[in-house]
Design a protein around this ligand. Structure first.
Ligand SMILES: Nc1nc2c(c(=O)[nH]1)N=C([C@H](O)[C@@H](O)CO)CN2
Length: 115
């Protein structure tokens, strides 16, 4: 199995469980590892055979920017479902970081692998 990856995909969304979080947008950072078989893309040297990290990045950014979940767990699950369904990715690892959430921590977040 090969991997196409996206690191440090930065956006903002309404996200959080507290009342004060429902009226602001907060930064989120996503990392994705996308299972791939890169041999066909390499053989043809064509984007049509590749897992297009640009197309996936743009789609995920648009989705997250419009989202209003409370938990980052829910956001992660929905993003994973979207990427698998729309781009035919058989397996992925997704990390969603909410870097400003805990004042004394560098970063907090979740990591999921699907399926
Ligand atoms: N496991 C989680 N714990 C917490 C979450 C979350 O989404 N998943 N969210 C919050 C608050 O929204 C927090 O980010 C506000 O600073 C607390 N714990």
């Amino acid at each position: 199995m090969d991997i196409v990856y996206i690191r440090g995909l930065r956006t903002e969304a309404v996200i959080g469980v507290y009342d004060w979080e429902r009226n602001i947008r907060q930064p989120l950072v996503l990392d994705l590892d996308l299972a791939s078989d890169n041999r066909a893309a390499a053989a043809t040297d064509g984007i049509a055979e590749a897992v297009d990290y640009d197309a996936i990045s743009q789609r995920v950014l648009a989705y997250v920017a419009d989202s209003q979940f409370q938990l980052i767990e829910t956001l992660a699950e929905r993003v994973a479902e979207l990427v698998i369904a729309e781009f035919g990715i058989p397996w992925l690892r997704l990390r969603v970081s909410k870097p400003g959430a805990v004042a004394m921590a560098d970063d907090v977040g979740v990591i999921i692998e699907r399926p």
